[in-house]
Design a protein around this ligand. Sequence first.
Ligand SMILES: [Zn+2]
Length: 294
Amino acid sequence: MPAFLDEPLDRADALRADAIVLGGMLARPDARVLPFWRGDPYVAGAGVVPAFAGPEAPQADGLTVFLGLDGAIPVFARALQGSRPPTDQVSALGPGAFRDLRGAVGAMSARDASIVGTARSLLSWHERHGFCARCGSPTTPTLGGWKRGCESCGAEHFPRVDPVVIMRIEHRDALLLGRSAGWPAGMWSCLAGYVEPGETIEAATSREVWEESGVRVREVRYVASQPWPFPSSLMVGVACTAEGTSVCVNAAELEEAAWFDRAACRAMVEGTHPECAIPPPAAIAHHLIGGWVG
Ligand SMILES: [Zn+2]
């Protein structure tokens, strides 16, 4: 299963508006507070994500967001400040490090990955939205971190989600995959791109494939979606059918695009291809390709 698909917490939307209730939950010894630094979670050992008990979490005045309830246990995330990783402040959690989630997610449990992914996306949004997009005044977090308000002009700002279409492009017994400049040698993946204002998922798919590869597609079918917290994408996985195999790569978008037959795709999914690889199972691209290989 791709990462970030679990929904282990009750998001408890009804509790977000009451700051006194949230403060009381944060002070409970059974509350869990996950420390982050610059968007990176603290990871101990092999993918374990430890948490402080509520009153023991460092930097009590740091930005804290309410993630929800794990059964009856409130779960929070807190962005620790500092120009260097505040590892001394989290030493009580055992040996570990603030780690980039892209690299760490593969070793995490499905539920931890989803909790940490949500927290990363939310905390990253706060880092980038300290000022009102309408009037430029400072904004203040409310609703347990699920909104920022502007006291100057009254604007309300909510955490953003950016839809991205990612497509499995099929033509008979082959798939079209692409490479972006700067990727590791031999790495291939599905084409993808942001949905633009005014577009349907189907229209965005057709446009992106045409822009990047010069291939016309039809029969766009929804397959699955995946939150991708780097920082706030929602990957909308689709399959579509190419009208032909002639490729004209747009060098501004892709370094290369090529057709791979089913045997080659299967080898890439299984990690046995001698030269080529696809993203790991945490990414939806792996499953779009794997689902076609069968
Ligand atoms: Zn404003």
